[in-house]
Design a protein around this ligand. Sequence first.
Ligand code: SF4
Length: 230
Amino acid sequence: MSPAAKTPAKASRPRPPTALKRRAEGVLSGLQAAYPDARTELEYQSPFELLIATVLSAQATDKSVNAATPALFAAYPDAQAMSAASVEAVEALIKSIGLYRNKAKNLVALSGLLLERHGGEVPNDFAAVVALPGAGRKTANVVLSNAYGMAAIAVDTHVGRLARRLGLSEQMNPDKVELDLQALFPQDSWIFLHHALILHGRRVCLARRPLCSSCTLLSLCPRLGVESSG
Ligand code: SF4
């Protein structure tokens, strides 16, 4: 079993009203029925590969990341190999992914830091992962929840949009949305919730024209900010 990860401190927040709690319960059951096996769509074999794939996935699709990572991981299977790579060689392997120049620089630098500070392993520690180049709060949440089972809700563009449309958060700042969702959902549902909201955002609650008429959450969704839907 994975050792418990050090979790980020939770700010103390006022309790959400009962009606909102009930809506959250309904959202969770609806998502559990629709996406019982929700998990990350990034492909990886180790915490190191997951960290690299997650950094690459910023402002890029998981599909584009999964298309590039087999060759990248074959060339640089661990932090030691990637820290010794030239940035140009890494760029050549991830060229099909948005922001590849900056990402290549970050991958080489973060591998060097993993080697220097953590013996080449991805640390099971939120603050240590957040401190790596190219990694932020979202990356740390994705990596630590998937690799080490830390309870976390990583808020990306889909999770933020759905939280607002469903009336679960009014916040635009992802860190604040994360706190709102933490207050509404039981901790043992956080990892599932994150993956299920992403799947629902990709398949049904689309950014431009959500498919409300065929949405399993329609009866409990206030559809805040939705102007046109399918
Ligand atoms: S009802 Fe519409 S806005 Fe609400 S979650 Fe479903 S698709 Fe999104």
